[in-house]
Write a protein that binds this ligand. Structure first.
Ligand code: NAG
Ligand code: NAG
Ligand code: NAG
Length: 218
């Protein structure tokens, strides 16, 4: 009887979490350090062309769910992700540009986004790393490096990498210059992390801000 009660309570919170939060799919957000740091102060210099920013649950109109969503999940990773052993590649590919420690950045990503989906930290962060390797953006964009292209050329190129699905681009508009830098690339993936899907560029999504401008991947 006790087991059944525990089971029901667990099921109840799972169903609650999914329906209340409205999670629909994930944004795999990747950062181009040179572009991301063009309009803000970055404390860390990272040589990689592309790094992971995060894996963000969004609703069907592509609004990110604002964490912390599930308070009980915060203890899984806080205060210092102590129960979590980061996949070794996280130290290479999931880096912070603005915080003093990568671990602080992961904790922030977990609290703000990870708690809005149902996987535990180990599989959540591993999913991000697998997607990073599978997309392999830096090598696929290498021939577009250090020159200007119409933003739509970038969207098309990246779309081809992810089964021709709609993607989103974020740009840095630097005050006092006409150069627009490619800052982040967002591809959409289902909740299992296995299948790319179209990002829903409903008018309200403010993230895709590159328009049809000439943009630079530096
Ligand atoms: C995209 O977002 C719009 C506006 O919220 C919504 O009506 C539509 O159903 C969404 N499309 C998909 C495929 O989820
Ligand atoms: C998605 O979230 C936004 C912002 O919270 C909300 O305005 C919108 O109605 C939501 N869309 C759906 C389909 O739940
Ligand atoms: C999107 O925005 C444009 C320009 O603001 C508007 O003309 C159009 O009706 C909008 N589409 C939807 C589906 O809201």
């Amino acid at each position: 009887m006790k087991e059944i009660n525990v089971f029901l309570v667990l099921m109840g919170s799972l169903v609650m979490a999914i329906t209340v939060q409205g999670q629909h799919h994930l944004w795999m957000v990747q950062t181009i350090p040179s572009g991301y740091c063009a309009d803000r102060n970055c404390r860390n210099v990272i040589k990689s062309d592309v790094i992971v920013h995060g894996l963000w649950p969004v609703n069907s109109s592509d609004f990110t769910l604002k964490g912390p969503c599930d308070e009980t999940k915060i203890s899984e990773a806080s205060p210092d992700l102590s129960n979590f052993s980061p996949p070794p590649d996280m130290y290479k590919f999931w880096r912070t540009l603005t915080m003093s420690r990568d671990e602080d950045f992961w904790e922030h990503e977990w609290t703000d986004h990870g708690t809005c989906q149902s996987a535990l930290p180990q599989s959540y962060f591993s999913m991000g790393i697998s997607l990073y390797k599978r997309i392999d953006l830096a090598s696929k964009l290498s021939n577009m490096k250090r020159s200007s292209h119409n933003a739509q050329d970038f969207r098309n190129k990246i779309s081809q990498i992810v089964d021709n699905k709609e993607v989103m681009l974020r740009c840095a508009y630097v005050h006092g210059t006409t150069t627009i830098f490619l800052s982040e690339v967002i591809v959409c993936v289902d909740m299992t992390g296995q299948h790319f899907i179209d990002c829903n560029k409903s008018n309200k999504s403010k993230y895709d801000n590159c328009g049809h401008n000439l943009i630079t991947y530096a």
